[in-house]
Design a protein around this ligand. Structure first.
Ligand SMILES: [Zn+2]
Ligand SMILES: [Zn+2]
Length: 230
């Protein structure tokens, strides 16, 4: 299992690009999120051919804004097989479908939709309302034989996610968690809210402006870990 981030910024941190990653998991390349900077980044880094599977945490524009471009490019320019969009619930599939329909008319022409339960080792954690009020978001947990990787998606209240993780079998677990350095930002996780979990989990922060990193933040930021960047 190997993760390479395409960007680590928040919605408005254009210098750091939208938070998204390519995860190599059980011989598959899964693009996690496809915000408005992701398509150009994939093209520039010559990684777009690698995208075979797509998994979205939620549909805010910094997580879905270039999905239509990506799908059209795969079809029209690359002539490659339709990427597979993995969906965690029928309702979320419908939301993705609606988002794409107005842009590409027939989403099934450009993507195949396959439910998450067809992918052993991947679990969705429903984080509805914990990033934005009455808004659907998901975190994802990826498990292979001896390690677990957690991708938080945008999440203001980390406790529910960690409650679930605490109940899972003990295994080396690396958590990539959205992080904010502003205590008043309730849509994302203020870094001090992650302190209770520091001894049990390896945690990296993303979805932030790394230049605002306070001196007492003990969590490493993905942005500064060159081996985690695509
Ligand atoms: Zn976001
Ligand atoms: Zn969001």
């Amino acid at each position: 299992m190997q993760i390479k981030f395409l960007g680590t910024g928040g919605a408005f941190d254009v210098d750091y690009l939208n938070s998204a990653a390519i995860l190599h998991f059980r011989n598959r390349n899964i693009l996690i999120d496809c915000g408005f900077t992701v398509f150009p980044t994939l093209v520039k880094k010559n990684l777009i051919k690698k995208v075979e599977y797509i998994l979205l945490t939620h549909l805010h524009n910094d997580h879905s804004g270039s999905l239509a471009n990506l799908l059209l490019y795969k079809s029209i320019v690359e002539h490659s097989k339709r990427p597979i969009i993995i969906y965690p619930s029928e309702q979320f599939k419908q939301h993705i479908f609606d988002l794409l329909e107005i842009q590409v008319k027939d989403p099934e022409k450009y993507a195949e939709f396959v439910p998450l339960d067809q992918f052993p080792g991947i679990q969705a954690i429903d984080t509805f309302g914990q990033h934005s009020e009455r808004y659907q978001t998901y975190a994802y947990v990826f498990e292979d034989e001896d390690s677990r990787l957690v991708y938080s998606g945008d999440l203001g209240k980390p406790d529910a996610l960690f409650d679930k993780l605490d109940k899972m079998a003990v295994m080396k677990t690396c958590v990539y968690h959205d992080i904010t350095f502003e205590p008043d930002n309730t849509g994302h996780t203020y870094y001090k809210k992650l302190f209770p979990y520091i001894s049990r989990y390896e945690i990296f922060g993303y979805h932030c402006d790394p230049t605002l990193n306070p001196a007492d933040n003990p969590f490493r930021l993905v942005f500064y870990q060159k081996e985690l960047m695509a």
